[in-house]
Ligand binder design. Structure first.
Ligand code: ADP
Ligand code: ASP
Ligand code: MG
Length: 412
């Protein structure tokens, strides 16, 4: 029988009633003739609670134990959904990551899936099981310990299963009815897109649109998984949601397709570092070794052999970045006058494949922000996106102004 992957996020399984509601959707697809692999998240709020418990117990926690704790939320929902389906007379069984097994790297809290051998689940389908309910977000490393895939990782579990099992489609059920031109919780003018190209979705996800985990989009693109995002709350409609697809499959293409934001950014500036060959490496190697996700980098003009180096990273990594820089200074590998952290910034980005063939998008973006009185602190660009760091208090204003200026609003 053809296989369908259906993923339900935290809000879609937040209560027993919602699990029952999601189970009805699964039952419909079983009735349509599919063997279904369901990927579930923890009930909404659960993972945050578990992370909080870990941080309260141990400040510099052991990442293996972090994974042991935070992976548990998904185990509960997988078992509950399997029970609910059984109550509906559908042969279902729950699977934890290690039981499948979902084999991952050993990078705890940020592991990557390496292999999902389909044999175990396929043999159960052959015996008459119709639904495998798999705990998302988790896997097992070579040493036999449980790993997790980073926040939002159940999306990646879902796409990886769709690829491994040759599923007809991977449906991501969430609390919005598709991918929008910007976060519908920030702008009521946000418009749902019927289709979005893989490249654009990849940029939007990596620039903060958490509707899909970045890695899940990468995998879908690489393995040509038919990926759809839709609401678990709306009535059943086979054409609902947003299809993430190849660029060629989109007829009408805007120059700019979406606006994304990342709220919790920090801008770090090393004042007066010696401008010599190897300085960038001396700064960014220890940051990488400390696991800092450095995003933007700017080196200023140098004067008398000294320069300022600015980079951005998530606010919750500032303390670790400072420690890494202090250590490198102590060891005599770098010399700087001061390290200034500005933790009140946010990143706002515009994304669109059309930028490849249109000029003037950056100029228009800067003009819009200046008319709103928003000062730009750092700028980066790529072929299909422009990002700026601005003061956090202007973030929503900037998102809305850019959304308006690039004509993304709802029509009619
Ligand atoms: P789930 O728990 O189902 O995985 P998430 O909270 O991870 O759901 O992702 C869905 C959320 O992503 C939405 O509630 C929405 O606020 C947010 N979001 C951000 N940007 C976008 C966008 N461009 N389109 C749709 N949703 C977005
Ligand atoms: N429960 C995990 C999280 O909240 C994984 C997921 O929902 O995708 O990050
Ligand atoms: Mg999510």
């Amino acid at each position: 029988m053809p296989i369908l992957v259906m993923k339900f996020g935290g809000t879609s399984v937040a209560t027993l009633d919602r699990i029952a509601r999601a189970s009805k959707r699964v039952a419909r697809e079983v009735a349509n003739g599919y063997d279904v692999i369901v990927i579930v998240s923890a009930m909404s709020g659960k993972t945050n609670e578990l992370v909080g418990w870990v941080e309260e117990t141990s400040h510099m926690y052991d990442a293996r134990e972090y994974d042991a704790v935070v992976s548990s939320g998904e185990q509960v929902t997988a078992g509950l959904m399997s029970l609910r389906l059984q109550e509906m007379d559908i042969p279902a069984r729950s699977w934890q990551g290690w039981q499948v097994p979902v084999k991952t790297t050993g990078v705890h809290s940020a592991a990557r899936i390496e292999d999902i051998p389909p044999a175990n689940i396929m043999s159960k389908f052959a015996e008459g099981m119709r639904v495998a309910v798999v705990a998302g977000f988790q896997g097992i490393a070579d040493d036999g310990r449980i790993t997790t895939l980073g926040r939002g990782g159940s999306d990646t579990t879902a796409v990886a299963f769709a690829a491994a099992f040759g599923a007809e489609r991977c449906d991501i059920y969430t609390d919005v009815d598709g991918v929008y031109t910007t976060d519908p919780r920030i702008s009521e003018k946000a418009r749902k897109l019927d289709k979005i190209a893989f490249e654009e979705m990849l940029e939007l996800a990596s620039l903060g649109a958490k509707v899909l985990q970045t890695r899940s989009v990468e995998l879908a693109m690489r393995y040509k998984v038919k990926l759809r995002v839709l609401s678990s709350f709306e009535e059943y409609d086979p054409n609902a949601g947003t299809l993430v697809c190849d660029e060629e499959d989109i007829v009408e293409q805007n120059v700019v397709s979406g606006v994304a934001y990342q709220r919790d950014e920090a801008k770090m500036t090393l004042l007066s570092v010696a401008d010599r060959p190897g300085i960038a490496s001396a700064i960014f190697t220890p940051l990488a070794e400390a696991g800092i996700n450095v995003d933007m980098i700017v080196q200023n003009i140098s004067e008398e052999g000294r320069t300022d180096m600015t980079f951005s990273c998530p606010t919750n990594q500032v303390a670790r970045a400072e420690a890494a820089m202090a250590e490198a200074k102590e060891a005599g590998n770098i010399n700087f006058h001061d390290l200034v952290a500005d933790t009140e910034v946010a990143k706002v980005s515009v994304v669109g494949i059309g930028m490849r063939s249109h000029t003037g998008i950056a100029a228009k973006m800067f003009d819009v922000l200046s008319k709103e009185g928003v000062n730009i602190k750092v700028i980066t660009t790529s072929e299909i996106k422009i990002s700026v760091l601005i003061e956090r208090k202007y973030m929503e204003l900037a998102v809305q102004a850019l959304h308006d200026a690039f004509g993304l609003e709802k029509v009619g």
